[in-house]
Ligand binder design. Structure first.
Ligand SMILES: Cc1cc2nc3c(=O)[nH]c(=O)nc-3n(C[C@H](O)[C@H](O)[C@H](O)COP(=O)(O)OP(=O)(O)OC[C@H]3O[C@@H](n4cnc5c(N)ncnc54)[C@H](O)[C@@H]3O)c2cc1C
Length: 448
């Protein structure tokens, strides 16, 4: 049966949903509305434009609207903001930004993939010429073109030392900029343990990134429409450019004003098939309230991977499928100069908050046989439930191998394998690739 399926948002979730809906029901009309200029961009890769490792932002535009239409069969309307959803009449109202033209479009099924937005810092005037957010390709293009027009302006102040702020700081530092990272928390990456955050702080110090933590009072000094310095608890820091990286929040107001239910996290509530409180409307991506499979509680976990995976499921189900979206948890990794950091599952703080009775085990080892070129220390920490040794979370710091350690932990979490079974795993061994005794094996033995 042919249908009209409309999609709001053309980033990771929207593009995946639209393509999958069309594949599932080829006779349907699928239209994707995106208020910005670009669809399907490499948001996660954006920081590397500042080091020059990626030399042109156009390399991060994976599809133009024309290519998406030709290859996926989806009609794409960029520069088109959906301003209203009428659930009763099953139609949306769209504003075409180029000429302010308003029009309506009816749907059989609607998929909301409106994503997340940057949290704003009180007292910061985002309309000033040298103040930017860092959320999407439009933001990045604006920052890059400002820097290109003002080549002598090298002092970048980044407000917020979460993963986006840290990635930008690291990459821009390597790109030759003078970086100050300002954070409300005492240490960078506040979602990590104090041990991991302290190492991150040391790495920033060693690489010349100025970190100011526990900052409570910020004042912005302005001259001729630009911020020229920031008063940071009485300390004056000169600024050429301010980038606000204060975190993200679900962008769900369009849905909630239509009467679609949202949860305590601010995200849109869905059932396991990603159907919202309205039967004809699905939602996917950062705008959705996920269920954390470890705590079994609602959570906001912005992630390109979840957005893409959930987008596929919402697309298939909107076209008549009946796929379940698995519960999930964060599995984050970050590169900071020559160190890689991963955070998987929940933190110790969250374990406490959710009432788990838990223990932790920490260890360090070499990533390769010690005498081999490239060998270095790698450290890890596992949080596990005391009664059954199920893993709640883990952090690793070291070389690129930590990404595979985190993925192994993720399999243990998904399959509820007790942490001490790590001691029994048959880890591979070759001096140039892996150590004689793997860090995960050491942790498993400690837990045993
Ligand atoms: C610097 C940075 C690095 C990141 N690195 C990683 C990483 O390494 N790994 C990872 O998993 N995740 C990473 N993320 C997070 C990831 O980018 C997001 O989780 C992902 O983009 C979410 O996709 P989405 O489609 O749900 O939402 P979004 O990317 O937020 O897109 C939503 C889209 O909807 C559009 N829209 C919203 N409302 C409307 C409307 N009313 N009408 C029309 N269009 C609308 C918006 O313009 C936007 O394009 C990173 C994010 C940033 C900023």
């Amino acid at each position: 049966m042919s249908k009209t399926i409309l999609v709001i948002g053309g980033s990771a979730a929207g593009a995946a949903a639209a393509a999958k809906a069309k594949r599932t029901l080829p006779d349907s009309e699928v239209v994707m509305y995106e208020e910005g200029e670009y669809i399907s961009t490499g948001i996660c890769e954006m920081p590397y434009l500042f080091s020059g490792e990626i030399d042109n932002f156009e390399k991060l535009i994976f599809y133009t609207p024309e290519k998406f239409r030709t290859e996926k069969g989806v009609i794409v309307k960029t520069g088109s903001r959906v301003e209203n959803i009428s659930l009763r009449e099953k139609k949306i109202t769209v504003r075409r930004k180029a000429d302010n033209y308003l029009f309506e479009k009816r749907y059989d099924n609607l998929i909301i993939a409106s994503g997340s937005s940057s949290k704003k810092i009180p007292g910061l005037d985002y309309s000033l010429e040298n103040v930017f957010t860092f959320k999407n390709m439009e933001d990045t293009v604006k920052i890059l073109s400002y820097l290109k027009r003002n080549t002598s302006q090298k002092k970048i102040i980044i407000l917020g030392a979460g993963y986006a702020g840290l990635e930008l700081a690291e990459s821009a530092k390597r790109g030759g900029y003078d970086i100050t990272l300002i954070e409300i928390g005492k240490l960078p990456l506040p979602s990590a343990s104090v041990e991991t955050s302290s190492v991150i702080k040391r790495i920033l110090d060693e690489n010349g990134v100025r970190f100011l933590g526990e900052v409570s009072n910020l004042a912005f000094l302005t001259q001729e429409g630009k911020i020229t310095s920031v008063n940071c608890d009485g300390r004056i820091i000169d600024a050429d450019v301010i980038v606000s990286c204060a975190g993200f929040m679900p962008q769900s107001s369009l849905a909630s004003s239509a009467g679609i239910k949202t949860g305590a996290t601010g995200g849109i509530k869905t059932d396991s098939r990603l159907r919202t409180s309205d039967y004809s409307v699905f939602a996917a991506g950062d705008c959705v309230e996920l269920i954390n499979s470890i705590t079994n509680k609602p959570a906001f976990i912005p992630s390109a991977l979840f957005a893409h995976n959930y987008g596929h499921i919402a697309g298939e189900n909107s076209a008549g499928g009946c796929k379940n979206a698995p519960k999930t948890y964060a599995n984050l990794s970050l590169k900071l100069f020559d160190t890689f950091i991963t955070l998987t599952g929940i933190s110790e703080k969250e374990a406490e908050e959710y009432g788990f009775v838990y223990s932790t085990a920490s260890a360090s080892a070499f990533n390769l046989v010690k005498i081999m070129p490239g060998s270095r220390a790698v450290s890890g920490r596992i949080i596990y439930e005391k009664r059954n040794k199920f893993i709640l979370g883990a952090e690793f710091l070291g070389g690129p191998e930590v990404s595979s350690y985190a993925d192994i932990i993720s399999l243990f979490i998904n399959n509820k394998i007790p942490a001490d079974k790590l001691a029994e795993a048959n880890f591979n061994y070759a001096p140039s690739l892996s150590p004689f005794i793997n860090l995960l094996s050491v942790l498993g033995r400690k837990i045993k």
